[in-house]
Design a protein around this ligand. Structure first.
Ligand SMILES: Nc1ncnc2c1ncn2[C@@H]1O[C@H](COP(=O)(O)OP(=O)(O)OP(=O)(O)O)[C@@H](O)[C@H]1O
Ligand SMILES: [Mg+2]
Length: 334
């Protein structure tokens, strides 16, 4: 017992090298005596410099998570750290500093991101002004550069109503980047845009990620956006359930490059794993499954005991089930 505790002490803490680390995050809302568990023990690690997407059905908890990461809401339980700041224990002053200096935010509603009576340039210099410390000329220069980086030179002196929806969202990205935050969070930033404009807005995020090294998390329903990032994490019922990783592979014979996407299931810290419903239902797996540890993978079989078999809905036969129920290579990248 003592030895086990000692060896655990020697191990680095969960997510110690991640820029964003959510550890069994819980958020419960209570309205009129009814409890809603928006986040139910969500784990998520995001490395510095990543550009990643979060997807999930409506009500799965995406915005709840984003509001917590933005420092606008406090989780009920669990742990959340961003750039070394503890989001649960920050006091009001630290929270304000966190929102001003560490995170930038882009909302879905274009109108919510910009002040209508200020020009694009003034909108970008405003957060710099609120932080203080830089002279006016330096602020203007930095803002001009940000707008230029996002191909918005022509929008500099225009007010939001004189900008297209896509230009407004790109200006919003410039505003969010004004104080060079470590993390840029965007909740459905292309939700109100057509696909062509959405593509341009996504390009602006990519530019920010590549040119400034900003870590970016985008919540999206847009399959095109989700498939353009290297990592897409799916949230289901308030938990991260699966993850798609994409990488370019070169065919050794033809030299041709292609994008390879693989879907992984998330293994939480208690060892829990969610099996895709298509898999379990096709094998009639319900309630209880049989596990076997092999040298390089874990096998998962339908329960065939007398009382277990009665629960299954048939599914594959004994022989077929055994082969196809195997979780090959345990989800590790090869
Ligand atoms: N302030 C709140 N008070 C009560 N319940 C809330 C509150 N905010 C969110 N919820 C509930 O928490 C759950 C998760 O909501 P959330 O807004 O995080 O979902 P979402 O994944 O962002 O959905 P969408 O894709 O529709 O934006 C929902 O059941 C929602 O009704
Ligand atoms: Mg939402």
């Amino acid at each position: 017992m003592e030895r086990r505790a000692a060896s655990r002490r020697g191990q680095p803490a969960y997510g110690h090298d991640a820029l964003i680390a959510c550890d069994r995050l819980v958020r419960v809302f209570t309205t009129d005596g009814v409890e809603v568990q928006a986040l139910q023990g969500l784990d998520l690690l995001v490395a510095e410099g990543e550009l990643m997407a979060l997807v999930g059905a409506s009500g799965s908890g995406k915005s709840t998570l984003m509001n917590i990461l933005a420092g606008l809401d406090v989780p009920t339980a669990g742990a959340a750290k961003v750039a070394g700041r503890d989001l649960l224990t920050m006091d009001a002053k630290a929270r304000l500093g966190y929102r001003r200096d560490v995170v930038g935010f882009v909302w879905q509603q274009t109108a919510r991101n910009l002040l209508p009576y200020l020009t694009a340039l003034q909108n970008v210099t405003l957060p710099m002004q609120l932080r203080g410390g830089r002279r006016r000329a330096a602020r203007t220069k930095a803002a001009v550069e940000l707008l230029s980086m996002l191909a918005l030179d022509h929008c500099r002196d225009r007010r939001p109503h004189q900008l297209s929806g896509g230009e407004q969202q790109r200006t919003a990205i410039a505003v969010a980047l004004a104080n060079t935050p470590s993390v840029l969070l965007a909740d459905e930033p292309t939700g109100e845009l057509d696909s062509h404009t959405a593509e341009q807005v996504f390009t602006a995020f990519r530019t920010a990620n590549e040119e400034l090294g900003t870590t970016i998390v985008i919540v999206t329903h847009d399959q095109a956006v989700a498939s353009e990032v290297r990592r897409t994490v799916a949230i289901r019922d308030g938990r991260t359930s699966s993850e798609v990783l994409r990488r370019t592979e070169r065919d050794a014979a033809t030299g041709q490059e292609s994008l390879v996407a693989r879907e992984y299931a998330m293994l939480d810290r208690a060892g829990r794993l969610q099996l895709p419903a298509e898999y379990t239902s096709s094998l009639g797996m319900e309630y209880r499954v049989l596990l076997e540890l092999e040298s390089d993978h874990i096998g998962v079989w339908p329960d065939r005991t007398a009382d277990g078999a009665g629960r299954g809905r048939g599914g594959a036969g004994e022989d077929g089930a055994k082969g196809s129920g195997v979780a090959e290579d345990g989800g590790e990248a090869s």
